[in-house]
Each structure stands twice: as C-alpha cells, then as structure tokens.
Write a protein that binds this ligand. Sequence first.
Ligand SMILES: Nc1nc2c(ncn2[C@@H]2O[C@H](COP(=O)(O)OP(=O)(O)O)[C@@H](O)[C@H]2O)c(=O)[nH]1
Ligand SMILES: [Mg+2]
Length: 408
Amino acid sequence: MTINVSRSLLPTPTGLLEIPALPEVAQTVRPVYFSLVVPTYNEGRNIQRIVSILTGLLDQTFPHDYELIVVDDDSPDRTWELAQQMLPDYPQLRVMRRQTERGLSTAVIRGWQVATGQVLGVIDGDLQHPPEVLPQLLQKIAQGADLAVASRHVEGGGTSDWGVVRRFLSRGAQLVGLVILPSVVGRVSDPMSGYFMVRRSAISHCLMNPLGYKILLEVLGRGQVREVAEVGYVFQERQEGESKVTWRQYVEYLGHLVKLRSRGRISRFTAKFPVDRFLRFGLVGLSGVAVDLAAFYLLRVHLGLPIARSTMLSAEVAVINNFLWNDLWTFGDISQNQPGTRQRLKRFLKFNLVCLAGIILQALLVSLLHDAFGMNEFGSKLMAIVLVTFWNFWINLKLSWRVTDVRK
Ligand SMILES: Nc1nc2c(ncn2[C@@H]2O[C@H](COP(=O)(O)OP(=O)(O)O)[C@@H](O)[C@H]2O)c(=O)[nH]1
Ligand SMILES: [Mg+2]
C-alpha cells in the first residue's frame, strides 16, 4: 500500500502562476530546505540517469531535506512514466505529468507551486547542466544571495564546442535584451541561463506570466531579487535526446522582453536613478576631455606624430584615465568585490568596447540631429554628448561594473 502511495503522481496546479509563501505551505506539509525542479519533454533517455545523479549528490548535502520534482509535459516517449517507476527507490523524488499545459517556463513555475522548499531551483533534464555546480550555487544562497545563477559567461564558464553562429545568436539575443530591458537583462552575465536557484521569499506572491523558455527573465523581472550571485559552468553537449529549441523560441523571447517591459516593473529594481554615481561618472568624463587634449598636444606638437594617430592615441589615453578613475572612484564599491588583475582587465576591455560603441552612437546622433532635424553642428554635438553620456553610464553600470557577487 505504501508503494501505491509513493508511486502516485503529484497533482497539477491550475489557475494563476503564483507561488505561495512558506507559511502557507507549512500548514499542510513539512517543508524541506531545497526543491529542485527538472522540466522534461522527451527526455526518456536521460531521466533515470539524471535523477540518480542528482539524488546521489543532494543526499550527501541535505539528507531528507530536499525534493526533486520532475515536471513532464506528457511526453510522447513517456518520460513521466520512467520517472514514476523510480519513485519507490527514491523517497525524495516527486513526479508531475502535465496534460493541459505546455511550455518550459510554466512547467518550472507549476513545479515550484507544489514545492515545499525555502529555496527553489531549476536544472535541465538532459545533463547539459553539470550537476557538480549545484553545491556551489547553494553555497551562494547560504551566503546571502537571493538568486544564484549558473553562468556560461563568468570565470570557469563556457560552452563546450559551440560554433561561431551559435555563439553569435546567443550573444545577439543577449544584446537585444540589453537594449529592450537593460535593468533586467543586465543584472546577470547569462540571462538565458536555465540553471539557477532562488529564495522562495524573493518570488512568492508575484504573479508570473512568462512566455517561452526564459524563466530567469521572469524571476528577475517580477521577483524582488536583491543580491545576485553567479557561478561559472560549462554548458555540456547533449549526449541523448534532442533540443526542443526552434526559431519560435527566439520570437517568444522577444515577446517576453516586451511583455516584461510594458508591465513597468523596471522601476522596481533600479529603484532610483543613481544620481551620485552619475555625477562622479560625469566628472571623470570631463577629466577625460582634459587628458585627451593634453595628450593630443604632447603627441602632435612635441612628438610630431600625424594627426590621425595622435587623435586615436590621445583618445585611448583618455579612456585609460577614465577607466582608472571610474574603477577606483565612481564604481569603487563594486570593483572591490571583484578583485584581481584578470577581473580588472575584463572590466577595462568592456569599458573600451562601450566607449567605442559610444563614439559610433555619437556620430549617428550628430548626423541625425544635424541632417534630419536641422540643428546646428555644435548644438548637435553637445546634445549627442549629453545623450551618449547617459547611455554610456547606464551600459557601463550594467555591463562593466555589474554586481555579480554577494556583498561581503
Ligand atoms: N516540461 C517541459 N520541459 C521542457 C519543454 N521544452 C523543453 N523542456 C525541457 O527543458 C530543458 C531544456 O530544453 P532543451 O530543449 O534541451 O533546450 P536547450 O538546452 O537550450 O537546447 C530540457 O530538460 C527539456 O526536456 C516543455 O515544453 N515542457
Ligand atoms: Mg538542452
């Protein structure tokens, strides 16, 4: 009889995609510390392996204090049934077979709705997310992060052997996201990650309404996530089964960004525009102008270099000047948490790229203001400088000096 009970499937929640708070959960069941959802669709060839690896790992860390929730969308290959067969031997395993809804993001939320953990996580069911990273993610949460994301784009992260096109598409999608929804997409280095954990308290009672694949966007866009931490991981190649990603997911991704944006939730994270920081950034920018002119004078007059070379070199000297001041002063508090020459070099490279993009943007704006709106040349240039300074500041804040670690 016990076997019958333990072999039964979880009920599938319906209605609003809202996660209850812990006190409500605790009234009906004994909560665990950690609930990990594994969304699956046609993962029959992976499911048993991943369940046994994950439980093996979690049994060591949280014996009896975790649950593994497989949420399968009624896969034609009967993934859910294969998982169900494991129930008697894996007491921490739960299985849900969804028959009325489909889609990765909603599957994850439905899983979290029946979860009892204080910490809610998600990992792909195809072994492309290395399970060994789990303890590191959990450690970040224990250290105070509200959200710990496994990232391909930080130290220790990567993609096994992705071709140029795939990398380009992935980064392109990220860039589009940064333009449409900078305050959400810019908070993590890998906003497309489907491998992360979040404190229940950060997302309980937020009405979710995701579109498509990118559940992390939804968590960042609607939750109350304060501290974010990242852990590098290498996205493995699929050994068994097939990816379900098609061109449709790219379209859904764009729709998801627009949807999140139009809900006006952005202001909630950014809270207020960081005026202090912006003023410091502006002052550093002005110092850069002086440095630029002085270096130009030195190179052109004293060293007699050609004008084009002097211009480029003096501009780079100004970029270095600005970077150093910004790194020490404007964003000093953030840099402190990302120590080491390597990290600094990375920030410097990003800063350079942003400056370069800023120059191009400035040129475009000047010609637009001048040619299309008939503004005079210097007026256009001044206006373009002001606009690009704002843009520059924002992108640098979100990209070069992004906060990615838990405050010490
Ligand atoms: N429940 C559920 N899981 C899905 C769905 N689509 C994909 N998945 C699962 O989500 C994970 C990631 O999907 P995958 O197709 O491998 O994406 P990729 O790794 O980006 O190519 C895998 O475990 C899939 O089985 C879906 O519609 N419903
Ligand atoms: Mg996959």
